[in-house]
Design a protein around this ligand. Structure first.
Ligand SMILES: Cc1cc2nc3c(=O)[nH]c(=O)nc-3n(C[C@H](O)[C@H](O)[C@H](O)COP(=O)(O)OP(=O)(O)OC[C@H]3O[C@@H](n4cnc5c(N)ncnc54)[C@H](O)[C@@H]3O)c2cc1C
Length: 458
């Protein structure tokens, strides 16, 4: 047995280390069902064990890749055969929920959905929400600074974290489990760690912010003729719903039509409209909120701003509408798909989306270019399905990213860089930014053992 494994077993116990053929029983990720290739999987039980494991790996110069729920979209948690996985799956306790201040103290391996449910049971809302809620973990959400469908109202993960505990590459524990919003005593180290995709430290615990559970929830799926009308509707709803609009998810026809083919979702409305928006507002007044919401939609219909609308009449109907937007498995099934997640100013979004489609079709005439996203955040997702086995990923990246740069866009809105996009990072950030990122990485992880080669090469 390699000395590093013997030391890990010594420190954590035999049951905390999986090595040999058993490693391959784990799928690489949500996106890639192929067997995991890694030397071993280490499963610590608490922060002290994470610290002990990292101190050992640091001593032996052993590369470590942190894994949460494996739903990340940038291949940051994919491993090579020489790396060791550190899985947070046993750090899955919700330690406390403070129902006076509205905070929760959790371990990093807790799934997003478990925290949402635990908060809801106590009449509070944990506002981060995204389609992978059942599997993704709070640690992964912090590491990727996850966004999702409620950013418009509640912000991204970094807006919801009050305190953080993380273990650095050499085993040092940085524990700043603040429970208050304000702490200007020196550098805000938690914000420095959030969104660094496991390259600077392993998140073990966090204190997150809860919001009072809204009294009402109104949702609708609406159809529109043009992207100009989509932005007009967004502005109107933001103004007229006065801060209660929480989701505004746009689907181009390419997405909606692909999601509602036989074998996919039942189409809740005609499949031929150019644009669809799933919107949701969360309010405080059960007597008037629904009437007000529906009145706004009726007025928009009368003015011709929207051309069709479906309002769910039950929780089951609301969930079924959301499924069309959130569950895209039928679109991905049996098709080679490249996933993109870009951001750019809203005023350029329509031109950019058209230009990518044109480039993709010019290169692969039978390709599908499927567009949707959190448009209120300037965030567009694309699934490019070249429908050709020899389609070159790099050529596809060029078709998507080249037209983005003149608009001042970012190659990652919310998924991160991982291994997937690191060739494009330098096109999205300037040289001074990259130099500072490298200095921070070298200062905190001088032996480059934490998620090496993710985001950038040192
Ligand atoms: C159906 C679906 C819908 C999605 N929708 C959205 C969306 O709307 N918005 C969005 O932002 N993302 C979305 N995602 C992407 C994904 O869910 C998020 O990136 C999520 O935050 C990853 O969490 P995870 O626990 O699965 O992390 P993993 O996939 O396990 O890891 C992701 C990265 O974080 C690192 N990491 C994980 N845990 C830790 C830790 N404790 N400490 C340090 N580093 C760590 C890993 O090394 C890796 O680099 C979606 C994914 C799917 C499959």
């Amino acid at each position: 047995m390699k000395p590093v494994f013997a030391a890990l077993i010594d420190a954590l116990g035999e049951s905390s280390l999986i090595h040999g053929p058993e490693v391959a029983q784990r799928a690489t990720s949500y996106w890639d069902p192929s067997p995991t290739r890694a030397q071993a999987i280490v499963k610590p039980r608490d922060t002290a064990q994470v610290s002990a494991a990292l101190a050992i790996c640091h001593r032996f110069g052993q590369a470590v890749v942190t894994q949460g729920g494996l739903t990340g979209c940038a291949r940051g948690a994919d491993t090579t055969p020489d790396e060791v996985i550190l899985s947070l799956e046993w750090l899955n306790a919700i330690e406390a929920i403070d129902t006076v201040a509205g905070t929760a103290r959790v371990q990093a391996g807790v799934t997003l959905q478990s925290l949402q449910e635990a908060a809801r049971e106590r009449d509070w809302l944990f506002a981060l929400d995204l389609g992978a809620r059942g599997s993704c973990t709070i640690g992964g959400n912090i590491a990727t600074n996850a966004g999702g469908i409620n950013v418009l109202r509640y912000g991204m993960m970094r807006n919801l974290v009050l305190g953080l505990e993380a273990v650095l590459a050499d085993g040092t524990v940085l524990s700043n489990m603040d429970e208050v919003l304000k702490n200007n005593a020196g550098y805000d180290l938690k914000q420095m760690l959030i969104g660094t995709e496991g390259t600077l430290g392993i998140v073990t615990r966090a204190v997150v912010r809860l919001h009072p559970l809204p009294a009402t929830c109104q949702a609708a799926l609406v159809a529109l003729r043009s992207f100009e009308e989509v932005t007009a509707l967004l502005k109107q709803m933001q103004r007229d719903l006065a801060g209660t609009l929480s989701a505004f998810e746009v689907m181009w026809n390419s997405y909606f039509a692909a999601a509602t083919v036989p074998g996919g979702h039942r189409p809740p409305m005609d499949r031929t409209y150019p644009f669809y928006v799933m919107l949701q507002a969360e309010g405080a007044d059960p007597d008037t909120d629904a009437r007000r919401f529906e009145g706004l939609l009726e007025a928009a219909l009368e003015r011709g701003l929207i051309i069709d609308a479906v309002i769910p009449r039950s929780e089951a109907e609301r969930r079924a509408l959301w499924e069309v937007r959130e569950n895209f498995e039928s679109i991905l099934k049996n098709r080679k798909t490249y996933l993109y997640d870009v951001s750019l100013p809203l005023r350029h979004m329509a031109d950019y989306a058209d230009s990518v489609r044109e480039r993709v079709l010019a290169r692969w005439p039978r390709a599908r270019c499927i567009q949707f996203g959190h448009i209120a955040d300037g965030n567009l997702h694309l699934f490019v399905q070249p429908e050709s086995d020899d389609a070159d990923h790099a050529a596809c990246d060029e078709a998507v990213y080249e037209p983005l740069l003149p608009f001042g866009g970012s190659v990652s809105a919310e998924h991160g860089i991982g291994l997937e996009k690191k060739d494009w990072l330098a096109r999205s950030r300037n040289q001074a930014d990259l130099a500072v990122m490298r200095s921070i990485k070298r200062a905190l992880d001088p032996k480059n053992i934490l998620n090496p080669g993710r985001i950038f090469d040192t």
